[in-house]
Design a protein around this ligand. Structure first.
Ligand code: ZN
Length: 268
């Protein structure tokens, strides 16, 4: 793992052109190949689809044409709270007092047995990295709509301890950032803010213990690289705010920063 990874939001699309062939040859060749490939892949993917149909990550219903990761019923269940559009919203009030805070938002309400809880569960515990990317794109669109986060310079995912990242296979907050970067065309800083202490799972702890659990668990390796930037700290869930607060404390050592926070969901 690199110490710091700055990822551009630009997508890299490989060209299918053959540089040596004549225009006519290329036309004929590419059409025949396109036919063969499209027929083969359509048949192949249809066969796979019949044997292993894609299902909704939240309710398990078989997805139909045009649906991605979530069925239309579940998509309708995860409407935005709209917090990104106005200041002094509940997420911002909960995080008031964080050093250098400019704006904060949470997109979805996280409640027990809700579709949102099932989405987060699939993102974190079922290895559904594609869902993380898709929800990152949704979060970016939500933030962009109100224009309050438009002067952010850099996305910063809340880091996982390396042991947890190893067991899960990925950091869901980093994947959220990658989905966001596709829409916002912002770089990601990953590996500079680090979690150097393994902490027990927040969801299994009483709230009174959570704050002390993560206090001092984070640090910044190279503060100078983030100096004078407006950082957007990104996480999947806002519960007590203890984790985000501990991250903000570590980031407050960076000279002249501005800090905003966006979470996919908020408990309550
Ligand atoms: Zn569904």
């Amino acid at each position: 793992m690199k110490n710091e990874e700055l990822v551009s939001g630009e997508q890299r699309v490989a060209s299918g052109e053959h540089p040596c062939a004549s225009a006519t040859q290329t036309f004929k060749h590419s059409n025949v190949q396109a036919f063969k490939h499209s027929s083969f892949f359509t048949l192949h993917s249809s066969f796979i689809q019949v044997l292993f149909p894609s299902t909704c990550a939240a309710c398990g219903r078989v997805l139909t044409v045009g649906e991605e990761q979530l069925c239309l019923h579940c998509l309708a269940d995860i409407a935005s709270l709209g917090y990104a559009d106005f200041d002094d919203n509940p997420a911002e009030r909960q995080l008031a007092g964080l050093p250098h805070l400019v704006s904060a938002s949470a997109m979805l309400a996280y409640r027990k047995e809700s579709t949102v809880q099932k989405v987060v569960h699939s993102m974190k515990f079922r290895g559904n990295s594609e869902l993380c990317l898709m929800m990152g794109r949704q979060l970016a669109l939500d933030l962009h709509r109100g224009g309050r986060f438009d002067d952010v310079d850099l996305l910063v995912p809340v880091p996982l301890h390396w042991l947890r990242r190893l067991s899960r296979g990925y950091n869901q907050s980093l994947l959220l950032c990658r989905g966001m970067a596709e829409v916002l065309h912002l770089p990601i800083s990953s590996g500079n803010l680090v979690r150097h202490r393994y902490t027990h799972k927040q969801s299994q702890q009483r709230s009174a213990l959570r704050s002390s659990n993560v206090e001092g668990a984070f640090s910044v390796r190279h503060p100078e690289k983030l100096a004078s930037k407006h950082l957007l700290l990104v996480d999947d869930v806002l519960t007590t705010g203890a984790t985000l607060s501990a991250c903000a404390d570590a980031l407050s050592t960076i000279p002249n920063i501005k800090l905003s926070v966006a979470t996919l969901t908020m408990a309550g």
